[in-house]
Every structure is written in C-alpha cells, then in structure tokens.
Design a protein around this ligand. Structure first.
Ligand code: SF4
Ligand code: SF4
Length: 107
C-alpha cells in the first residue's frame, strides 16, 4: 500500500506533512506534492499534519480522487525530494477551499 496526496493540495502546498515523514517520501512540484509509493512505509503520520485533509491511504482514496493514485506514482518519479517545511503558496488559504482544480496542477 501507500499514502496518496489528493486534489486539495493543489495550489496550497502547505508542506506541513513533509517534516514528519520518516523516509522522506514526499516529492515537490511547483504547486503540488506527491508521495513516492516506492518509499512510503504507511506510517500514517502525515495524514494528521495536512490542514486540508489531502492525504489518504491508497485504499481509502475517495472515488472522485482515484486519478491521484496514478498521478502520485508518475509525478514522484519526475520530482525531487522535499524533506523540510517551507512557506505555503501565497494564495493557499483561498485555494484550499476550491474543488475541481486538477486543471491547475503544474506538472
Ligand atoms: S500538508 Fe497537505 S496541502 Fe500541505 S503539502 Fe502536504 S499534502 Fe499538500
Ligand atoms: S504515510 Fe508515513 S511514510 Fe508514507 S508519506 Fe506519510 S509520513 Fe511518509
């Protein structure tokens, strides 16, 4: 299994989650983070850290977010590791409430 970052993270990228990951499984894109399924050890620690509830166990990913299982896998192969928290994107609070924003994801 693995944990999966879903749509709420797009354009928010609070990065609270990365500090707690014991295996540095997070990968950073311009406006989204992905979890590398090859690295994640299912410790669950990141779930409670995400202020927008973007992280789910693979088996609990909501139906309308299934595309993110594949996306985390694909994007984590292309992006670099992030292991320390940094400032969120400038309009993170605004975008955290927006749904259906997959088209805003920068790959
Ligand atoms: S804490 Fe949540 S919103 Fe922030 S980067 Fe991690 S998954 Fe994305
Ligand atoms: S579940 Fe644990 S190992 Fe997997 S990404 Fe989250 S903090 Fe890292």
């Amino acid at each position: 299994m693995t944990y999966v970052v879903t749509e709420s993270c797009i354009k928010c990228k609070y990065t609270d989650c990365v500090d707690v990951c014991p295996v540095d499984a997070f990968r950073e894109g311009e406006n989204f983070l992905a979890i590398d399924p090859e690295e994640c050890i299912d410790c669950t620690l990141c779930v409670a850290e995400c202020p927008v509830d973007a992280i789910f166990a693979e088996e609990d990913v909501p139906k309308d977010q299934y595309a993110f299982i594949r996306l985390n896998e694909e994007l984590s192969r292309q992006w670099k590791c992030i292991s320390a928290t940094k400032a969120p994107l400038p309009e993170a609070d605004l975008w955290s409430k927006v749904k259906n924003k997959l088209d805003k994801l920068i790959r």
